[in-house]
Design a protein around this ligand. Sequence first.
Ligand SMILES: [Zn+2]
Length: 114
Amino acid sequence: MSPSKRQFPKHRVIEVERTGVYPDVWWHHRLACGHTEKRKRKAPAKQIACTTCGRATGLVVVDEGAAESAYEQKIQAEFAQRYGLALDDIQVMTYEEWGVFKVASVVLSFYREL
Ligand SMILES: [Zn+2]
């Protein structure tokens, strides 16, 4: 397996702060190591990998966001096919738990002319 953020040292999340305005929202996770991990989604885990500590240990950073997007697109495609919707009408929220992506929620938007 290629190196990824999953191998980065995990640290306890002390505080989570939401910044920005939808759709440009960032979650700042303040970690026990003193660093802040900026993510597009709030991490449900009590401990998350610290990119800054990971870089310090020389681990290679792989774009984990890309893997997550690919996973979301797969779910989107499944729902689009099942309900005959456009991909844009399906919002998938995922989260990562111990290196495994899981679905938090799926929102389907049905538009009908009245
Ligand atoms: Zn750190």
